[in-house]
Ligand binder design. Structure first.
Ligand SMILES: Nc1ncnc2c1ncn2[C@@H]1O[C@H](COP(=O)(O)OP(=O)(O)OP(=O)(O)O)[C@@H](O)[C@H]1O
Ligand SMILES: [Mg+2]
Length: 245
């Protein structure tokens, strides 16, 4: 998958629009941030990218094909790490949980095992294969949710506030790994309030405010405009705004 094309998207609940006329494109191999104040519609928008929510106006296309024409396929192409990790943990053990996605892709069991091992290694959970997910710490459960998405090798990965509950070392590791995935050609879309920790790594920023798209562009342009969207401008030069500095 090469591009996600969001076209004039609108969503309402109970007659009230969360946003309207939101349009943007995200290409493979790019790291995009989706920003905006609490309640601006970031999570709702993200859930449209693979058809977990369906719009009231407009559409989302994956390489020109509407998400709605193949919901199951769309969910494999666009993997989602939810804001609340517990909502996506389904396995009885760590291993079973991470294996769920690759098994749904009908991979042979040895390939499933290889994917699980790699995803657990990347998320620092190796050795916990037999653990029961509910007995893990908050940070470990968040890593587990991420491992499940990584194991699917989705072309695009959407992460909703992924740094919550993670310690400093885990934040650094996560960002490093996402940049590696980007280098390998995956598209990364991150929802975050931690602009001072990621803006310096972003290629593309999409800002929601006042029921629509407030701005879209490169990180440097957006940095200058942040106060206009009710977002505090982080201190320091753009290149310094990273967990990796
Ligand atoms: N299932 C739903 N039914 C009704 N309203 C909803 C539903 N889901 C979201 N909303 C409303 O849509 C708006 C946007 O919510 P959303 O969760 O996308 O915000 P957000 O930008 O992700 O905020 P945060 O930064 O707090 O996570 C809110 O006003 C919320 O109440
Ligand atoms: Mg949210």
């Amino acid at each position: 998958m090469r591009t996600i094309d969001v076209r004039s998207l609108g969503k309402r609940f109970d007659g009230r629009w969360v946003f309207r006329r939101v349009s943007f494109q995200i290409a493979a191999g790019r790291f995009a941030l989706l920003i905006g104040a609490n309640g601006s519609g970031k999570t709702v928008l993200a859930r449209h990218l693979n058809g977990l929510l369906l719009p009231d106006e407009g559409e989302v296309l994956l390489d020109g094909v509407p998400v709605t024409s193949d919901l199951a396929g769309s969910r494999q192409q666009v993997g989602m790490v939810f804001q609340d990790p517990d909502s996506q943990i389904i396995g009885q053990t760590v291993y079973e949980d991470v294996a769920f996605g690759p098994r749904a892709q009908r991979l042979p069991e040895d390939a499933v095992a290889e994917r699980v091992a790699h995803a657990l290694e990347l998320t620092g959970l190796s050795g916990l294969e037999a653990a029961v997910p509910t007995t893990l710490s908050g940070g470990q459960r968040r890593r587990l949710a991420l491992a499940g998405v990584l194991a699917m090798r989705s072309a695009c990965i959407v992460l909703d506030e992924p740094f919550t509950f993670l310690d400093h070392g885990a934040c650094v590791e996560l960002l490093r790994y996402l940049l590696e995935l980007k280098r390998l050609g995956h598209g990364i879309i991150m929802i975050t309030h931690d602009l001072d920790k990621v803006l310096g790594e972003a290629d593309h920023v999409i800002a929601l405010a006042d029921g629509g798209l407030a701005a879209e562009g490169g990180a440097a342009d957006i940095l200058r405009q942040l106060p206009a969207y009710g977002i505090r401008r982080p201190h320091g030069e753009l290149e310094q705004l990273s967990w990796l500095r």
